[in-house]
Design a protein around this ligand. Structure first.
Ligand code: MRU
Length: 358
């Protein structure tokens, strides 16, 4: 089934990158025009663009901008590209898609003169975008096949069109499941502190006409305990070789609840999110963000002055709690060290990310 994409979070416009400013949603649809890699890096850091696959794609176009703005001398051109890639790598540490995309782009520019490199880099960024779009379609089809009829599924954060170059990962499965008449309703957790569930997933599902109920993160246990969750579907920012999954903070708690209640816990992600160079979840760098994100909801302060705050943006779900990983290469089952390695080997074995190690 062909699906219409409910949002276009990123578009190349010939000499600039147009991105939808996700910090303004759902109140306003504001588009930003980015013309240099520093602006791209800031948009990623400030989460105007976010979601693992989309971060990688945005960074790839950031490198295209570095090339367009770069000097004509081949050595200086190469230096400018490497500098821009290093800056983009320092934006957010957890989603491996960022490092993978930058590696692929830099590897291409190697022996080319500046005009050749500019053309090659743009073509590669567009290829990455097309590949990601295609991957989301495949994930949606594989994942929808796992859902029982009349399912209530719980999802966390935003894994839809706003997070990818296509229809999404976990949310793509939900769109496809809805189109096949398998979904009764979706429970959307608000996803404190950045509210990607409330602001972004609710916005997408409303546009797409998929029935959903918004809940706060702490309400999940209530719905599990009443037998009102048939499956959990989440995305991933990095999947280690062991099958441990880093995803938006709160995911681990949902996986524990799912196991306790005998509910399947599915992770949907393209193979570009699998990092065989990271052995286990303990090796995944977890981003910690500003305390203000916890201290304020919008412009309203919700805690007293001078309190200590922790703000890890992601947590790690151990592989043993994951029922299946739905990828663009098919549905992978435990033992994940074997199934992940095989899937990667069959598709892009030579393209594992260096995570900044060159
Ligand atoms: O901090 P964010 O909004 O970039 O985090 C996003 C997530 O955790 C998503 O679940 C993940 O990137 C998968 S998106 C297809």
């Amino acid at each position: 089934m062909t699906r219409t994409i409910p949002a276009e979070p990123l578009r190349w416009a010939g000499d600039r990158l147009i991105v939808l400013d996700q910090t303004q949603l759902p109140e306003q649809e504001v588009y930003l025009e980015l013309t240099d890699p520093e602006a791209v890096a800031r948009a990623i850091e400030q989460m105007q663009v976010r979601g693992a696959p989309l971060i990688g794609l945005t960074a790839a176009f950031g490198l295209v901008l570095a090339a367009l703005n770069g000097p004509e001398h081949p050595d200086l051109f190469r230096e400018a590209l490497v500098r821009a890639a290093d800056r983009l790598r320092r934006t957010r540490p957890t989603a491996v898609n960022l490092f993978r995309a930058l590696d692929r782009m830099l590897a291409l520019a190697g022996g080319l003169d500046p005009p050749g490199a500019r053309a090659a880099l743009l073509a590669e960024a567009e290829r990455l975008l097309a590949e990601d779009r295609q991957a989301t379609v495949r994930i949606a089809r594989f994942g929808a096949g796992l859902l029982p009829a009349g399912a209530t599924v719980l999802t966390h954060c935003n894994t839809g069109a706003l997070a990818t170059g296509g229809i999404g990962t976990a949310l793509g499965v939900i769109y496809e499941g809805w189109a096949r008449g398998k979904i009764r309703r979706v429970l959307v957790s608000e996803t404190r502190p950045q509210l990607q569930g409330a602001r972004l997933t609710a916005w997408e599902l409303k546009k797409a006409g998929v029935p959903f109920v918004l809940i706060t993160d702490s309400m999940a246990g209530y719905f599990f305990s009443r037998g009102e969750v048939d499956a959990v579907l989440v995305g991933a920012d990095r999947i280690a070789a062991s099958g441990d999954v880093a995803n938006k903070v709160g995911t681990y708690g949902l996986a524990v609840l799912a196991r306790h209640h005998g509910v399947p816990f599915y992770v949907a992600a393209p193979l570009s999110t699998v990092d065989l160079n990271t052995p286990s979840g303990a090796d995944i760098p977890i981003e910690h963000r500003r305390p203000e994100e916890v201290l304020f909801v919008g412009s309203c302060r919700v805690a007293p002055e001078a309190v200590e705050v922790a703000n890890p943006a992601f947590d790690v779900t151990p592989a043993e709690l994951v029922t299946a990983i739905i990828t663009d290469a098919g549905v992978l089952r435990p033992p994940y060290p074997e199934s992940l390695a095989l899937a990667v080997q069959k598709t892009d074995g030579t393209r594992q990310p260096t995570n900044g190690r060159r």
